[in-house]
Design a binder for this molecule. Structure first.
Ligand SMILES: Cc1cc2nc3c(=O)[nH]c(=O)nc-3n(C[C@H](O)[C@H](O)[C@H](O)COP(=O)(O)OP(=O)(O)OC[C@H]3O[C@@H](n4cnc5c(N)ncnc54)[C@H](O)[C@@H]3O)c2cc1C
Length: 487
């Protein structure tokens, strides 16, 4: 085909993947729930090559699908069965740390850099890039920006949006926007970078970014707590916020069912408590300065919480190895859930104070649809973001009659509860393809109309990641996309 030959002339033969076996890893999503063919995948080595690839696609009217580490949990990064086969643009050859400025507290990176490599590059100059998530060993900064990724550091440092100062983007007409500003203040018209953050590949290809760095904490205190229920977890969160303020850097909630799956599915993971059937909290304080002061602050809050009877038990990590082991349990939840069965993951956020009500009401709503279901719950409690997961073993799922319809009803029920509490159906994973129907149902028409106008202004031909984020037309019938294995 002429387009593929043109890519080969531009990039070289080895940078154009067309064989099914070479495309397998990029045409199926991380959970193995969506698979569809692509025309080819291309591996440009620099921004100019990305721009040239885009111009060739636009001339041929072929859809463009930017893909990062392919860790999307909402089917955003792989082709769909509908429409023309896309060209997948991979940035795996664009992994340069372009520059670091510890005085300005910034780092400039290629968008293909893996998140963990940016954390390491920042640490090498005694700085912190604070966005952290379970997929950090494989997700790319371009994907993080395109999804406005959250993770475990949001409580203190904000999400990806709060840590991006500038962007370089290849626009859908094949031109390059150099918005690599490394400025804290810049009131010169509309701040366009914010349109690309969270745009999920629908407005252009992010090729470079200026990221904010922070002082590297020299002291960390991590503890694992057992609490009675989500409300008492909130009470403990209040104690920590009052005593430690911005030194509180993570407050993660998990139920016993979630811990059980991690211990069963991921070798080498250990829970500090023998008693699993309780609610678990992983809490982290971090700061510059003396480690002793931080450990004392942690100890003080835990003593007060024990006296007040709002925690059942607590283990304070006494070494770096213990601290890492606790975090490994938290970071293993997605892997464990993927191995154990089919989870109908929700990514709702509600006001922090409404989290206990959300969990109670979501359980009741789902049980009204199907009584025989387990609930796996893991949440960034300090952000009000709860991954509430009705969970089925593979055998249970395969035996479930009319499972796609059941899955749709369950997902809708959870999102209705979030909506009734003024919450959202997508806190950090994005919309992708799985939540398109929810956009129609929950977003005000005026908001959708503005989003469509923005999309049209950037991508009038609709070639960039079509079928993602925006429902096709104002009259689209509410519908949640389904797949054989839930979502
Ligand atoms: C184990 C695990 C744990 C996770 N934990 C979290 C978590 O705690 N918090 C959280 O927010 N997410 C989490 N996720 C979801 C996922 O890791 C994030 O959404 C991540 O930001 C996606 O990055 P990626 O590079 O893999 O992007 P991909 O999955 O490849 O792509 C995601 C979207 O971004 C677009 N895109 C990718 N690169 C670019 C680019 N350069 N330019 C324009 N568009 C682009 C794609 O088209 C797609 O729409 C987790 C996923 C896994 C597998």
């Amino acid at each position: 085909m002429a387009l593929i030959e043109a890519f080969k002339r531009l990039l070289g033969d080895t940078a154009v993947l067309t064989r099914e076996e070479d495309l397998a890893a990029v045409t199926e999503d991380w959970r193995g729930r969506f698979r569809a063919p692509a025309l080819c995948a291309v591996l440009p080595s620099n921004t100019e090559q990305v721009a040239a690839v885009v111009r060739l696609c636009v001339e041929s009217g072929v859809p463009v699908l930017p893909q990062g580490g392919n860790t999307s949990l909402c089917g955003g990064a792989t082709p769909s069965d509908e429409g023309e086969r896309p060209v997948i643009v991979l940035l795996t050859r664009m992994r340069r740390i372009r520059s670091r400025d510890p005085v300005n507290n910034t780092i400039i990176v290629d968008a293909g850099c893996v998140l963990a490599s940016i954390q390491e590059a920042a640490a090498a100059v005694e700085r912190l890039y604070p966005v952290s998530l379970g997929a950090e060993g494989s997700c790319q900064i371009g994907g993080n920006i395109a999804t406005n990724a959250g993770g475990t550091g949001v409580l203190r440092y904000g999400n990806t949006r709060d840590n991006v100062l500038g962007l370089e983007v290849v626009l859908p007409d094949g031109s390059i926007w150099d918005g690599l500003y490394a400025l804290r203040k810049n009131n010169t018209g509309y701040d366009l970078k914010h349109l690309f953050i969270g745009s999920e590949g629908t407005l252009g290809i992010i090729t470079g970014a200026v990221l904010k760095l922070h002082p590297l904490p020299t002291a960390e205190a991590v503890a694992w707590l057992a609490v009675e229920n989500p409300q008492t977890a909130l009470d403990v969160l209040g104690l920590f916020q009052a005593s430690c303020n911005s030194r509180l850097s993570a407050f993660e909630l998990m139920n016993g069912e979630q811990i059980r799956l991690v211990l069963e599915q991921v070798p080498g993971r250990r829970c500090p408590f023998a008693e699993i059937d309780t609610w678990h909290v992983l809490v982290e304080l971090s700061d510059t300065g003396e480690p002793g002061a931080l450990a004392a602050a942690m100890q003080g809050v835990l003593e007060r919480a024990l006296e007040a009877g709002i925690i059942r038990d607590a283990v304070l990590a006494s070494s770096e190895a213990q601290r890492k082991a606790m975090w490994l349990v938290r970071h293993s939840v997605s892997e464990a859930n993927k191995k154990a069965g089919v989870g109908l993951t929700s990514d709702c956020a509600v006001p922090v104070s409404a989290v206990p009500a959300f969990i109670d009401q979501a359980m009741a709503s789902v049980q009204a649809i199907i009584a025989d279901v387990r609930f796996v719950i893991v949440g960034h409690l300090g952000d009000g973001n709860v991954h509430f997961i009705p969970f089925f073993s593979f055998a249970q799922w395969d035996a479930l009659p009319d499972r796609d319809a059941v899955a749709q009803r369950i997902r809708r029920a959870m999102n209705e509860v979030a909506s009734s509490l003024r919450g959202t159906f997508s806190a950090e994973h994005g919309v992708g393809r799985t939540l398109i129907g929810e956009m129609t149902r929950y977003k005000p028409q005026a908001e959708l109309a503005l989003m469509r106008a923005v999309k049209h202004a950037f991508d009038p031909k609709g070639l960039f990641n079509p079928g993602r984020v925006l429902p096709p037309s104002p009259s689209a019938t509410p519908n949640i996309a389904t797949s054989q294995r839930g979502d």
